[in-house]
Design a protein around this ligand. Structure first.
Ligand code: AHR
Length: 660
């Protein structure tokens, strides 16, 4: 009897226990596919480009010669004189006012026909040279009386052995551009360029340049194709340029001035890069901006990528972490005029003053600029009064161009609250928020925008990246833990696409031998490049953007970290697809059914992309560029239910086709 009672009790207990287990298991997430809440803007996932970490010169701008026009503060930085006879001469001359943008040039004088004399350029931590690739060497030159000098560009490997050369003769006593092409006979990551002078005579030289032929779209003097391809693969909705703090400058004199970055390359005024001496632990005294990648090229890049251009301009405030210098309110006019002129440069007819400059550079059609940023990461009342002055003038002339303003470097606190209040009062349209914080912050803030005012300004999550150690710390890594936390946070950005209209990770690029700031989305050396785990998170979002946000709920609540789960869902009207993004931030497998509330039938065959790693510290590298990268799987949808089996610490994207 006692035995039977015990068995009964055990059975009953087992029954209740299993009911509880089943109840836990079957608690499904529901996706209200037929109840879209908001459109997802085409601009939702974009890129933030700043010339930091050798992103432009030495990076995406494919020029291989550093200090090509001798305009660095030290005119021969990057150059070495190769000579046996000290009487042979190199003189740097300065034309001053005659050519303000590019005053210096080199005068070569060689009297001894037999002695060797040349200049060597070290490139940007060397030059990445590929076997069999054609290289275009060019320069501006003018012969001086009695010259019979010939110019021999020669690439040498790290050991100094020649790997390709050509011969060039100059013919005029006026400044002229000369070009000669040659092929490299071996691959070398740290090559140097020698420019030898043969014979005897004298000539003047400027803009000594070397480009590979395989630039993006094979444009002469263009961009590095592998790096642009990584951007193109992201299918960005917008390109924010040129930064970042670089917009502001250390002081007003070194702010980014777009008018100095257009026209012929030799007419663009080289400037110090503000990241040159920013970090004592990462000094880069050879970091300048040649502006070979200037505003025209930024617009062209945006167009190539099918992305909206989003230029950010100085609002008359230098970096508040540096000099914090401001232009007085009664002297703000030139800054506002720069913004007005930029809109005309981008959108004006080919016969308008600035539209004509664009047309002459090769783009008669407008670039169709729709947004412009006033200031980068400014804060305090000085910013608000300057923004107001800009807004008044810009809106009066260009009412349809949306203005982007900012809330400063922090996503909360005194300055943030002040800016948010003032920008609300001023009826700001799009407001930029920045978050550089630890991964825990990103996990905790997945619901940040759930409570934001639906009727206020739109949000531009303009700079964000999880920091594995702390902000601007040189030990920060682009590791899986950080990337996963960003994926979790981004479910909140996506769920709130009604108000969050633009988002971009920052910074974008870093040269492995010349960076100042980490973490960064894409790393490269002189020949190779790779996307970080964070890059693949961005890519999974941007290439699965969808067109409408649909509610994804557990117990009627959005998934913002309950039980370590984060999720959001979109519907894609063009592809007729439901897309679920799910983050499992626990160490356990989660068997989490999702019910799709949709009237139409679903295709049983569906696809799944999984991004995961067993180690929170896992990183990609030049040696293992895809260690953490998405893996595609297929799975079967049973009726209207998706049986998800979320791997520990994983980010999964499910795509389910709706049948007509
Ligand atoms: O992304 C690096 C820097 O961080 C940006 O230049 C600046 O806007 C922010 O402080």
């Amino acid at each position: 009897m006692i035995h039977r009672m015990t068995r009964l009790l055990v059975l009953l207990a087992g029954f209740f226990f299993s009911v509880q287990l089943v109840a836990q298991k079957v608690q499904p997430i529901t996706v209200l596919v037929d109840h879209p809440v908001a459109p997802v803007q085409s601009t939702m996932w974009g890129i933030f480009f700043e010339d930091i970490n050798f992103a432009a010169d030495g990076g995406i701008y494919a020029e291989l010669v550093k200090n090509r026009s001798f305009e660095f503060a030290k005119p021969l930085l990057g150059w070495k004189i190769l000579k046996a006879d000290p009487s042979e001469g190199l003189l740097i001359l300065n034309r001053g006012e005659e050519q303000i943008a590019n005053p210096r040039f080199a005068r070569i004088t060689k009297t001894d026909v037999v002695e060797k004399f040349g200049l060597e350029n070290e490139g940007f931590r060397g030059m990445g040279i590929k076997q069999g690739m054609t290289y275009h060497f060019s320069l501006l030159a003018r012969n001086r009386e009695g010259q019979t000098l010939k110019i021999r560009p020669e690439l040498v490997n790290a050991k100094g052995e020649p790997i390709g050369s050509a011969l060039l003769e100059t013919k005029s006593s006026d400044w002229k551009r000369y070009t000669v092409s040659f092929t490299a006979n071996s691959t070398e990551p740290k090559a140097r360029l020698n420019v030898w002078f043969e014979g005897a005579g004298s000539l003047d030289l400027d803009m000594i340049s070397l480009f590979p032929a395989d630039t993006w779209k094979n444009r002469p003097g263009g961009l590095r194709a592998d790096l642009v391809q990584l951007l193109a693969d992201l299918k960005p909705g917008f390109v924010r340029f040129p930064g970042g703090c670089i917009v502001e400058g250390f002081e007003l004199a070194t702010r980014y001035q777009w008018k100095k970055t257009i026209g012929k390359p030799e007419e663009r005024q080289t400037s110090i890069n503000r990241w040159n001496t920013e970090f004592k632990h990462k000094l880069t005294p050879d970091y300048y901006q040649s502006f070979g990648l200037g505003f025209y090229e930024y617009f062209q890049l945006s167009e190539d990528l099918g992305a909206e251009p989003l230029p950010i301009l100085s609002c008359g405030m230098a970096c508040q972490y540096n000099s914090a210098e401001v232009a007085p309110m009664d002297q703000l006019e030139p800054y506002i005029q720069d913004a007005l002129d930029l809109i005309e440069f981008a959108n004006g007819p080919a016969d308008s003053r600035w539209g004509k400059v664009r047309a002459q550079m090769g783009h008669p059609a407008p670039f169709n600029l729709k947004m412009i940023g006033v200031g980068n990461e400014q804060w305090g009342p000085q910013y608000i009064e300057r923004y107001e002055a800009f807004a008044r003038k810009l809106k009066a002339k260009y009412p349809t161009v949306a203005l982007v303003s900012g809330t400063g470097p922090s996503p909360n606190g005194k300055f943030f609250d002040y800016a948010a209040k003032e920008l609300t009062r001023l009826k700001a349209e799009i407001v930029d928020e920045h978050y550089y914080a630890n991964p825990e912050w990103f996990f905790k803030n997945a619901a940040r925008y759930d409570s934001y005012d639906r009727k206020g300004y739109k949000i531009f999550a303009g700079e964000y990246a999880a920091q594995s150690v702390s902000g601007a710390n040189p030990d920060n890594k682009n590791n899986w833990r950080c990337a996963l936390s960003e994926a979790a946070f981004m479910t909140g950005l996506e769920r709130n696409a009604e108000i969050v209209n633009l988002c971009s990770y920052a910074p974008l690029f870093a040269h492995v031998d010349a960076w100042q700031w980490t973490p960064d989305l894409i790393w490269f050396d002189n020949l190779n490049s790779y996307g970080t785990p964070n890059y693949y998170v961005q890519k999974l979002y941007a290439t699965n953007r969808g067109t409408q946000v649909v509610p994804m709920l557990l117990n009627n609540q959005p998934l913002t970290g309950q039980d370590g789960l984060y999720a959001s869902a979109v519907f894609d009207q063009q592809r007729n697809e439901i897309i679920l993004k799910m983050v499992n931030a626990t160490n356990l497998v989660k068997n989490q059914p999702v019910t799709l509330n949709v009237k139409k039938r679903l295709d049983a065959k569906a696809s799944l992309m999984v991004l995961k790693s067993d180690s929170p510290d896992a990183v990609n590298s030049l040696e293992h560029p895809k260690l953490v990268s998405p893996v595609e799987q297929s799975f079967v949808v049973k009726g209207k239910t998706v049986e998800t089996m979320l791997a520990p610490n994983s980010f999964s994207v499910y795509k389910i086709k709706v049948l007509e």
